[in-house]
Design a protein. Structure first.
Length: 363
């Protein structure tokens, strides 16, 4: 006998698309037991004990729960199949791990497995930026400075930075084995050798040196250039002026800088994908793809990973709510990661036990 486990819409959809002869529906909802769907009776899972089973097709989104249930009933796993439609839905999630950094409360590095809906903190600290370095990771911790971690997230080496230097994002030049890190308090970038963590150069982007006048907060290295986001191009954000954020392209060979985007609101998380730039326009609760196409949210967008088939966006709890009321009527106060499926136009939210999401990379 053949059974469909799940008498809902997914079960009926499979029934209408299969050539397999179905003898019974099975469902955990006792209100459905004894009822017929398309002339096929629905029975309880315990009813399987008295039936000869050829195939059981799982046609309910609770796939893992049903598989565990059938396993406890000692039903041969070879006889258990999953509806092709649900397999397609399962495959909408990438089968890989991501690393998400968080600063502040419950900060550190979290490993996120979207396909398994699993979140685990693998390193404790107040971590903003993170980058892959060969077989290791390098991260910026606001209290500990620069830290090299192995793939098991054990500390290999660390280098303290100046007190209150406020390090933010970090990136790595693989060819020259150079770390670039934002020293946000000083509006400059440190050029650091890897793995010695020796500071080779302090790159001041602006001539006038004040304490955190521009708030440089994210960085990407690409083709002998640094791409930097900041709260203010003119250095006026401390006057509560928030429309002066921007992106600068800095030439490492000659020191020339070019403003490539103006009038942003607290931009973060610059990304470069196939020479195309993307950024979080955080205070406006949006992501700008190609610096133009707006994807709106209802929370503070910070942390971004753009792929061909999907996008991951970090959401942080909003501080100083009075600044944001004019941008949104209902502001999310949850912290986590939103998964956007670009092919299917769907989204999923993964809540984190912290208030501040900062960076997202592939593990």
């Amino acid at each position: 006998m053949n059974f469909i486990f799940g008498a809902g819409s997914n079960g009926l959809s499979f029934l209408n698309s299969t050539k397999l002869k179905i003898n019974y529906f099975v469902d955990n909802d006792r209100n459905l037991w004894g009822k017929k769907f398309n002339s096929i009776k629905c029975i309880s899972p315990t009813g399987l004990n008295t039936k000869k089973i050829n195939k059981i097709i799982i046609a309910t989104p609770a796939i893992e729960n049903v598989k565990s249930q059938l396993n406890l009933m000692k039903i041969d796993r070879k006889k258990i199949l999953i509806s092709p439609e649900l397999i397609e839905n399962l495959n909408e999630f990438p089968k890989k791990n991501f690393l998400v950094t968080a600063n502040g409360i419950n900060g550190g590095i979290y490993k996120l497995n979207i396909s398994q809906n699993r979140i685990k903190r693998v390193f404790t600290g107040s971590v903003r930026g993170i980058a892959k370095v060969k077989d290791n990771y390098v991260c910026a911790d606001e209290n500990e400075g620069i830290i090299i971690l192995n793939r098991d997230f054990k500390v290999i080496k660390k280098q303290k930075l100046d007190y209150m230097s406020n390090p933010h994002c970090i990136d790595f030049d693989q060819n020259n084995r150079i770390i670039y890190i934002n020293i946000t308090a000083l509006d400059c970038i440190y050029k650091i050798s890897y793995p010695s963590l020796k500071i080779l150069k302090k790159i001041h982007i602006f001539k006038k040196k004040f304490y955190d006048a521009h708030h440089i907060n994210s960085i990407k290295y690409h083709d002998e250039h640094l791409y930097l986001t900041m709260f203010s191009l003119k250095g006026i954000f401390r006057n509560d002026i928030w429309n002066d954020g921007g992106i600068i392209k800095y030439n490492l060979k000659n020191g020339k800088k070019e403003i490539i985007k103006k009038n942003l609101f607290q931009p973060h998380s610059i990304q470069i994908v196939s020479k195309i730039l993307h950024v979080c326009n955080s205070m406006k609760f949006e992501v700008l793809l190609n610096l133009q196409k707006k994807i709106p949210f209802n929370g503070y967008a910070r942390g971004l990973l753009v792929k061909k088939d999907y996008i991951l966006v970090g959401m942080s709890k909003v501080r100083r709510l009075d600044r944001f009321q004019k941008f949104s009527k209902h502001i999310s106060q949850d912290a986590g990661v939103i998964f956007l499926n670009r092919r299917r136009n769907t989204s999923n939210f993964f809540k984190f036990p912290t208030s501040e999401i900062y960076d997202i990379i592939e593990a």
